[in-house]
Each structure stands twice: as structure tokens, then as C-alpha cells.
Design a protein around this ligand. Structure first.
Ligand code: SAM
Length: 367
């Protein structure tokens, strides 16, 4: 059934999926939804979800079960009847994601709920929230909220119209809170300010140490392999932060020589000096002496646009390298074994390559 809050729900779950990132597809997401009601969020769940539903009342159970039939891909584990402030029956560090939508407005203590959320989340786990909240105190509509609050609460079964859920979440000590406030005019004036976001539970000191140790043990590992080895759901930013704190350099692989503006300027000058050369000139000077291609000497490396594209000629057989030095060595080896046919192609294309360099000024070229 369509709901007026569908756009907000969709956006919130899109954000969650972004935060779950490159988590292994085969590993199920253990989701705990608190205050699940009849399951209005089920259609937005990420693939491979395993659900534990929590609510303080059993009265929505038949509707939830009926709704679940529309989503056979969601593995329904169990229903827990408990207050979100005291989730007895949900183990510590047992879920990857806690979902909470339009529920914090009815709870008696937001800090207690958030404490429980942190308790049941695994390290690096995500707390997805979507709630209507108070207007800022400086806004006239805040006074309206204050005025209407008692009536609102009576009419909507204890719903508090001016909760400051966003501030409470920020105070709770999540490692990262990605939150936005929206004011959708289609919603009732009093419940129009809404917060949606994803908060991440901090990793433990022990896990932080494991991240750094893993990088030492396997310097060629990627963020995904580190995450798999450490065994918890950590966002890439957390790994990058720990590696940076431990003074590890970027592990980006090199597949092309990084050219500085100075290199590009030199390449341009070099090409301009040879702009009148034809294929015969190139045969004589660059290739006929069968000299080694010496990287590191500007006149040869950056002037010779054709040679820089050895890997084009070799159908991109160039391996990914961890340093410019490794890349230079790899280019030399490939160059030494470049078949004559490829060399001929390079020579024939040199006037075009050179013209392209001049046309591009000191900017990047197609070659
Ligand atoms: C307004 S409904 C929202 C239902 C659903 N989350 C949604 O987005 O449509 C609030 C739900 O939270 C439950 N609830 C309210 N206070 C709760 C509490 N302290 N602990 C657990 N569930 C609670 C209610 O029973 C109800 O199912």
C-alpha cells in the first residue's frame, strides 16, 4: 500500500545501501527493526536480509506476517515483543543493521533506546533512522508544535511532536553520523521536519589494531580484503583513517605514469621541437638504433608519446604496480620484448601522437 512517507523511506534505505558498500553479497544482513508495526519498510530492505522484528505490542503481528508474504526473499527469523528501551532477548553485538522509523517519537526515553541500539549492533554496524522531530527553537513553527503537543499526543497515542532525536543520536557516541533534515511540504506542518540518516557503531581498539596489523602482514591487500580479514563490517573510510594514523601510504595501484604539470610542459616543448618530423625521421632517430627505452629521462619518456603507450600496443598487458619505480621496470621489460609489428605501428603513429600533444597544449591527450 502506498504511503505518504514512501519518498523518505526510499531515500533512507538508499543511504543505508551506500553505507553497506561493498559488503560481501553472500553474507546476509542481520537486521533488527525496532517498532516494526506492520512492516512498512520491507519493500526497501537490501538484498539478502535476515530480519528480527521487535515491537512492544503483538497487535501488528498478523499484518506484519501478511505483508512478509510479499517479500519471500527476506528471511524472517523471529518476533521479539519488548520495549526498545530494554531489548531483552536480543544479544549483544548480534546485528549488522538496526532500523528505526517513526518510532522514537513514541518511546519514553530516547537515550535508553540508543544505548540498546549500540549494545546490539556489531562493531561497524549501522543504525538507520527516519523520524519526525522538533522544528529549531528559532522557528515560529516550533511555538505551534509546543502549543499543539498535548492534543497531538492524545490524538496519536502518545506520539511526541517535538522530540530532539537528531541531537540525541549525535550525543550517543557513534563513530560517524550521516544525517540530513528534510521539510517535505506534502507532510503535515507539525510533523514536517524529519531527520533521516545512518549512524555507525565504532570499532573496538582491538579491531583497530587488527586493521593495521593486517596491512603490515599483507601490504598488497585491498580495503575489502582487510575488512574480510578483520571480520567486521567496517566502512572504507574507517580503514583509510587507521592506515593514515599508522602512517601507511596510499595503496593505490599505478597503471600509468603520474604526470605533473611540469612533465606535461616538457612534453609539449619536446613535441613542438619535432613538429616537422615525418615517419622517416622517426625511424631514423628514435627506434633504428634499437636503444633501450630509458624511463626517468624527460627527453625520452615524456617526449615520446608513442612509447608511453606501450601498453596500448600490447593490448594493455601492463601489470598494476605498487610504485612508479615498479611501473618503470615493467615498461622497460615490455619494451624490450615489443614485437617488430608493434614498433612499426608506433613509428607510423608518431606524427599523429605528436600533433595530438601539441593540440592538447600541456593538458591530457587521447594518446
Ligand atoms: C508510528 S508506528 C511506526 C511503525 C513503523 N516503524 C513505520 O515506520 O511505519 C510506531 C511503532 O513503534 C512501536 N513502539 C512504540 N514505542 C515503542 C517502544 N518503546 N518499544 C518498542 N516498540 C515501540 C509501536 O507499537 C508501533 O508499532
Amino acid at each position: 500500500m502506498k504511503k505518504i512517507t514512501d519518498p523518505q523511506r526510499r531515500e533512507a534505505f538508499e543511504l543505508l545501501k551506500k553505507h553497506l558498500g561493498d559488503r560481501k553479497k553472500k553474507t546476509p544482513h542481520e537486521i533488527l527493526e525496532i517498532g516494526i508495526g506492520d512492516g512498512a519498510n520491507l519493500e526497501y530492505y537490501p538484498g539478502n536480509s535476515s530480519l528480527t522484528a521487535l515491537d512492544m505490542t503483538e497487535s501488528f503481528e498478523p499484518y506484519l506476517k501478511e505483508n512478509l508474504k510479499n517479500y519471500p526473499e527476506i528471511r524472517y527469523r523471529r518476533k521479539v515483543i519488548a520495549m526498545a528501551e530494554n531489548m531483552v532477548g536480543v544479544e549483544d553485538s548480534s546485528v549488522d543493521v538496526v532500523v528505526c522509523t517513526y518510532t522514537m517519537c513514541s518511546v519514553t526515553s530516547i537515550p535508553s533506546v540508543l544505548k540498546e541500539v549500540k549494545r546490539v549492533l556489531k562493531s561497524g554496524g549501522k543504525f538507520l533512522f527516519l523520524e519526525h522531530v522538533s522544528y529549531p527553537k528559532s522557528n515560529w513553527n516550533y511555538l505551534l508544535q509546543v502549543a499543539v503537543a498535548p492534543l497531538w499526543s492524545t490524538y496519536y497515542g502518545g506520539c511526541k511532536v517535538k522530540q530532539r532525536t537528531g541531537e540525541e543520536i549525535r550525543k550517543t557516541g557513534f563513530s560517524n553520523v550521516d544525517m540530513e533534515t528534510t521539510y517535505d511540504e506534502k507532510l503535515l506542518l507539525f510533523s514536517r521536519p524529519q531527520i533521516l540518516g545512518v549512524a555507525t557503531k565504532k570499532t573496538t581498539r582491538r579491531e583497530d589494531r587488527r586493521i593495521v596489523r593486517q596491512a603490515l602482514v599483507d601490504p598488497t591487500g585491498t580495503r575489502s580484503t582487510i575488512r574480510a580479514d578483520v571480520g567486521v563490517a567496517i566502512v572504507p573510510q574507517t580503514i583509510s583513517r587507521h592506515l593514515a594514523e599508522a602512517n601507511f601510504k596510499s595503496k593505490r595501484l599505478f597503471r600509468a605514469l603520474p604526470l605533473t604539470p611540469e612533465h606535461r610542459q616538457l612534453r609539449l616543448q619536446w613535441c613542438q621541437a619535432r613538429s616537422m618530423w615525418n615517419v622517416t625521421d622517426w625511424q631514423k632517430v628514435v627506434f633504428s638504433d634499437e636503444s633501450w627505452f630509458v624511463l626517468g629521462i624527460y627527453d625520452t619518456v615524456y617526449g615520446c608519446g608513442g612509447a608511453l603507450h606501450v601498453w596500448d600496443q600490447l593490448k594493455r598487458q601492463m601489470p598494476s604496480c605498487h610504485s612508479v619505480h615498479d611501473l618503470e621496470l615493467a615498461v622497460q621489460v615490455l619494451w624490450a620484448h615489443l614485437p617488430q609489428d608493434n614498433i612499426r605501428c608506433l613509428i607510423n603513429s608518431m606524427p599523429d601522437r605528436e600533433a595530438a600533444c601539441i593540440a592538447a597544449g600541456d593538458g591530457p591527450t587521447r594518446y
